[in-house]
Ligand binder design. Structure first.
Ligand code: ZN
Length: 301
């Protein structure tokens, strides 16, 4: 049973929006692709976890803090006897380990995922101890991508490779599910301690003026075109959406990218670009947002 689901982080959503509206630097763009890929891998792992019996509690995407150190757990599973933590990696291609260094066969070094996992385990252990829970913790790296290969993988590496996933999940299905109340109490406690978003997000440089305007397609990210009086459509993938939905979606995007800017009819009219009539924008704003009028100017929240 998923007690906490996984959502895209604001950082990923923001980069997704920006990548369609501006040229990201190559560093920002590859960071963005890594986030997309990581999220995709985590969702694939969720599909495996869905097969577990309902009594096992799964808490996804926990961002916790212990003694001024922030750590993140991709998936946490509580069974009757243990806590499992999973660090999901969607690596693709050939890798090898040399001492503590993880490298691709093209010789570029990546962050050692095992150190990351061990750090999370140690911080979680201390946190649980302070909360008065003494569960043994078992941590695993989950390599979800069937195109991943690790040369010279040590026998005792706490990792599950794609060819082992099915057996690993089947084994988890057999674990005991005693102490249900205690497990539920602990999961709720951990969720309540969870931070909303990591404070270290590095934002690319952008301004309203420099971003390309228009309403992007929900399905493929291209810009939508008018189809008829009430609908927009995407030439790229055929996706159709009614104008009201599309505009509201676009306002949410605007709000995420420009939290400091006021939402006004003119700004949103310019932002959406393809809605010719300002009246349409005003109607959608009036029907879906609260109007604030301070005498001089009007905006919506
Ligand atoms: Zn599309």
């Amino acid at each position: 049973m998923f007690l906490k689901h996984r959502f895209e982080t604001d950082e990923l959503i923001m980069l997704r929006h920006l990548s369609g509206r501006m040229q990201l630097t190559s560093k920002d763009y590859s960071h963005y692709l890594n986030l997309e890929k990581g999220f995709d891998g985590e969702k694939q792992f969720d599909k495996w976890l869905e097969r577990l019996p309902d009594e096992l509690i799964i808490v996804n995407d926990l961002l916790l803090e212990y003694s001024h150190t922030i750590f993140q757990i991709d998936s946490l599973l509580i069974t009757g006897e243990s806590i499992y933590i999973f660090e999901v990696k969607n690596f693709e291609g050939d890798f090898y380990i040399e001492k503590d260094r993880w490298c691709t066969t093209s010789k570029s070094e990546i962050k050692n995922p095992l150190l990351q996992l061990q750090r999370s385990e140690s911080l979680l252990r201390r946190l649980l101890h302070d909360l008065g829970f003494n569960f043994p913790i078992k941590s695993y790296l989950i390599f979800i991508n069937p195109e991943f290969y690790l040369y010279q993988a040590p026998f005792n590496l706490p990792a599950i490779f794609p060819a082992q996933l099915n057996r690993f999940i089947n084994k988890l299905k057999m674990t005991s599910t005693s102490q249900k109340d205690k497990n539920l109490r602990l999961s709720k406690k951990l969720i309540s301690l969870g931070l909303k978003e990591t404070p270290f997000v590095r934002k690319p440089q952008y301004t309203f003026e420099k971003l390309e305007k228009g309403i992007t397609c929900l399905s493929c990210g291209s810009f939508l075109n008018p189809l008829n009086k009430n609908n927009l459509w995407c030439q790229g993938c055929g996706f159709k959406e009614d104008i009201t939905h599309a505009v509201i979606r676009s306002i949410k995007e605007f709000r995420l990218l420009f939290p400091e800017k006021k939402i006004t009819t003119s700004v949103i009219h310019e932002w959406c670009k393809i809605i010719r009539s300002k009246k349409t924008i005003r109607r959608i704003l009036l029907n879906n947002f609260e109007l604030f009028n301070n005498g001089k100017s009007t905006h919506y929240e």
